[in-house]
Write a protein that binds this ligand. Structure first.
Ligand code: MN
Length: 228
């Protein structure tokens, strides 16, 4: 096929143990998936209906990268999250079948312009400018499920400049990974290459220029990064 301008590159992620890359189709995120974080945001703990939003695939930032401080915010917040990568998809996926679609796991940051999010919430506006901005999705190297299985208990931590900011066990999620996949697939046809950021625990706070982070999902992946 011929295009009238150069075709944009395919967003992609590194995979542990191979030089082959994971091509990224979409990035889905779930909000308020740990009760302690919902509480710190002053939001109700909803166990009925999950709340989803998206980021563009080209918002990814690779492990070890230095990024610029984003435009249009004075309150850039970190949210450390377990990330799931799908090798297959579908609609109306059953919870008991959901894990069969998972290729790999990783750890990422759902970076958030918290000041713009607060303004959007106050006006009933969408969250896109708060969540879906350039470089808003740092992501570790992905670790295939064929290596590590499907983690159900693992410590998820974030240190900023060597000090612990966030820590949980992923078992504390309100909606489990299979439940998230089942619910998302009712709303969207999931595709090979989709990533899902699975929510953050309490402790979200601001990142400043010059800060460095180390995120870790025990036994799965680590992610470092830096703001210039
Ligand atoms: Mn989040």
């Amino acid at each position: 096929m011929e295009f009238v301008i150069p075709s944009p590159p395919i967003a992609n992620a590194a995979i542990a143990g191979t030089d082959a890359r994971f091509p990224v189709h979409r990035i889905y995120c779930i909000g308020r998936n740990y009760a302690d974080h919902a509480k710190e945001m002053g939001a109700p703990v909803e166990r009925g209906t999950p709340m989803f939003f998206c980021k563009p695939a080209d918002a990814l930032v690779a492990d070890g990268a230095t990024m610029s401080y984003p435009s249009a915010t004075k309150e850039l917040h970190h949210e450390v999250e377990m990330v799931v990568a799908l090798h297959s998809g579908g609609s109306d996926i059953a919870e008991h079948d959901a894990r069969s679609h998972i290729f790999a796991y990783g750890v990422g940051l759902d970076l958030t312009r918290r000041d713009l999010q607060a303004a959007a919430k106050a006006k009933g506006h969408p969250w896109d400018v708060a969540k879906a901005f350039d470089s808003s999705a740092p992501l570790s190297v992905l670790r295939p499920a064929s290596d590590i299985g499907h983690p159900e208990h693992a410590q998820l931590t974030l240190d900023v400049n060597g000090a612990r900011r966030q820590q949980t066990d992923i078992a504390e999620m309100i909606f489990s990974v299979p439940q998230i996949i089942a619910e998302l697939s009712k709303l969207f046809e999931l595709k090979p290459g989709d990533l899902i950021y699975t929510g953050t625990p309490a402790g979200v706070a601001a990142l400043q220029r010059g800060d460095s982070w180390d995120a870790r999902l025990e036994g799965v992946a680590e992610l470092s990064g830096h703001i210039a």
